[in-house]
Write a protein that binds this ligand. Structure first.
Ligand code: FAD
Length: 394
C-alpha cells in the first residue's frame, strides 16, 4: 500500500465501491480499504432491490441474482393479503441479489477502473491537520501505517465511526435504529417469485417481517423491529423464532445474521473539510423499507464525482464539498427520504386494527407502477384522512 493517495475510501460495500470506481475513472489515485478479510461477507442484508434502480448502475447478471421477482405481497395482521403482481403493476418488481457475489463485482469494477483495494485493512483514526481530514491511520493485516489523502470518503456502513472521529454527529436515536435478525432458511414452502412482508404489532412492532426468496425452497427470513421495542422476551429474534415455528416448522437454518438499520433522517451535513460521507454511514436508508443498497450506490457515485472535481480543483474544503451534500438532498432520492421519513412516523403510530383497515382499503388494487410512492398515493386516495394526519407530522 502506498502512503499517499488523492482519495481514500473507507469501506468496501456498495457506497465505497461506487465512490472508488467513479473517482478512479476520473483519473485519480484511489485506495479502497475494507476491514473484513473478504468483500461481501458476511451478508447483512435481505438483498432486495428494484430492477429500475439497479439498472441505473449495472446491467443485471445471473451470477449475482438469486431470484427474479414477479410479485410482492403485504400481509396484514388479520392475514388479509395485498398482492402486487408484475402483470397488474405493468412494470418490473425487483430482484433478490446474491450480495456475496454482487458486492465483489462492484469492488472488482472499482479495481478494474484503477483503484487500489486492500482487505483486512481497517481505518482506526483520521489524520487531522488544522481541523481538516488529511487521510487515515490504518491497520493493514496487523501492520499500523498512515495513509495520507486529499480527501477521505467514509463509506463505512451503519456501524460508521470515521465521520464521528472527524467531528460529525452521527448518533442514531435508539427508536430509529431497527434491530434486525435474519435466517437464511432452506427446505421451506415459499413462493419463489414473491417477496412477502408481514405487518403487525404481534409480528414485528414498528417494523416488519420479510420472506425474500433465494431459490425454490430457500429464503431470507428476517425481521426488523424498533430498538425501543427490544427487551427480554420481545427481542427481534424472539419474534422471528415464533414466526418460523408457526410457518416453517421443518425448515433448516443455514445462516444466521444480526444487524442494525437506521431509519432516522440523514446526517444533518455529510461533508467536512477533507471528508465526505456516503451510504449507510450518511444514514440514507429508506425509513419505510429499510432499503439502502440503491441509496448507497447513488451517494457513493455522487461522492466520487464531486470529490474528484474538488481534488482536481485543488480544494477539498467543506464549502467546496457542499455541492455533494446539496445535490443528493435535491435529488429524487433525497426528496424520497424526506417524504418517507414522515410516512414512517405515521405508520409506527398505527395499531393492528388501523393496519387491517388500510390493507382492506387496498383490496383489488391495480397499480400502474410498482413503487412505495405509488402505494402511498393509493393509500391516501382511498383514505383521504391520512393526508391530514401526515400533514400534522413534522
Ligand atoms: P455496507 O454495505 O455496510 O459497507 C460498509 C463496509 O465498511 C463494510 O464492509 C464494513 O466492514 C466496512 N468498514 C466499516 N468500518 C470500517 C473501517 N473502520 N475500516 C475499513 N472498513 C470498514 N437494503 C436493501 O436495499 N434491500 C434489502 O433487502 C436490505 N435488507 C437488509 C436487511 C438487514 C438485516 C440489514 C442489516 C440491512 C438491509 N439492507 C437492505 C440495508 C443494506 O444492507 C445497506 O443499506 C447497504 O449495505 C449499505 O451499503 P454501504 O456501502 O453504505 O454499507
Amino acid at each position: 500500500m502506498k502512503s499517499n493517495y488523492d482519495i481514500l475510501v473507507v469501506g468496501g460495500g456498495p457506497a465505497g465501491a461506487l465512490a472508488a470506481k467513479t473517482a478512479a475513472e476520473a483519473g485519480h489515485s484511489v485506495c479502497l480499504i475494507e476491514k473484513r478479510p473478504a468483500i461481501g461477507t458476511p451478508v447483512r442484508c435481505a438483498e432486495g432491490i428494484g430492477k429500475e434502480l439497479l439498472k441505473e448502475f449495472i446491467e443485471p447478471d445471473e451470477r449475482w441474482i438469486s431470484a427474479d421477482l414477479q410479485r410482492a405481497r403485504i400481509i396484514a395482521p388479520n392475514g388479509a393479503t395485498i398482492s402486487l403482481d408484475q402483470s397488474r403493476a405493468g412494470n418490473e418488481v425487483g430482484y433478490i441479489l446474491d450480495r456475496k457475489v454482487f458486492d465483489r463485482e462492484l469492488v472488482w469494477r472499482a479495481a478494474e477502473a484503477g483503484s487500489d483495494v486492500f482487505v483486512k485493512t481497517r481505518a482506526v483514526a483520521p489524520i487531522m491537520e488544522n481541523g481538516a481530514v488529511k487521510g487515515a491511520k490504518v491497520i493493514s493485516a496487523g501492520k499500523a501505517m498512515d495513509v495520507s489523502a486529499d480527501l477521505v470518503i467514509a463509506a463505512d456502513g451503519v456501524e460508521s465511526k470515521f465521520a464521528r472521529w472527524a467531528g460529525l454527529n452521527t448518533t442514531v436515536p435508539l427508536g430509529e435504529m431497527m434491530s434486525c435478525v435474519q435466517y437464511l432458511m432452506t427446505d421451506i414452502p415459499i413462493d419463489p417469485v414473491s417477496t412477502d412482508f408481514y405487518l403487525g404489532r404481534e409480528i414485528a412492532p414498528e417494523g416488519y417481517l420479510w420472506v425474500f426468496p433465494k431459490g425454490d425452497r430457500t429464503a431470507n427470513v428476517g425481521i426488523g423491529i424498533s430498538g425501543r421495542q427490544s427487551r427480554d422476551g420481545t427481542r427481534a429474534r424472539d419474534y422471528l423464532d415464533r414466526f418460523v415455528a408457526e410457518h416453517f416448522p421443518g425448515g433448516k437454518i443455514i445462516e444466521h445474521i444480526v444487524g442494525g438499520v437506521s431509519i432516522c433522517r440523514p446526517l444533518p451535513c455529510t461533508v467536512a473539510d477533507g471528508l465526505m460521507v456516503a451510504g449507510d454511514a450518511a444514514r440514507v436508508v429508506d425509513p419505510i423499507t429499510g432499503g439502502g443498497i440503491f441509496n448507497a450506490m447513488f451517494t457513493g457515485r455522487m461522492a466520487g464525482q464531486v470529490g474528484s472535481e474538488c481534488v482536481s480543483a485543488g480544494t477539498c474544503t467543506k464549502d467546496a464539498l457542499m455541492k455533494y451534500d446539496e445535490a443528493w438532498r435535491a435529488s429524487y432520492m433525497g426528496k424520497t427520504l424526506e417524504r418517507n421519513y414522515k410516512v414512517k412516523d405515521y405508520f409506527i403510530t398505527l395499531d393492528d386494527a388501523k393496519l387491517n383497515d388500510l390493507a382492506g382499503s387496498l383490496a383489488n388494487i391495480n397499480m400502474e407502477e410498482f413503487k412505495v410512492s405509488t402505494l402511498i398515493m393509493e393509500l391516501i386516495k382511498r383514505n383521504p384522512k391520512m393526508l391530514l394526519e401526515l400533514r400534522a407530522l413534522k
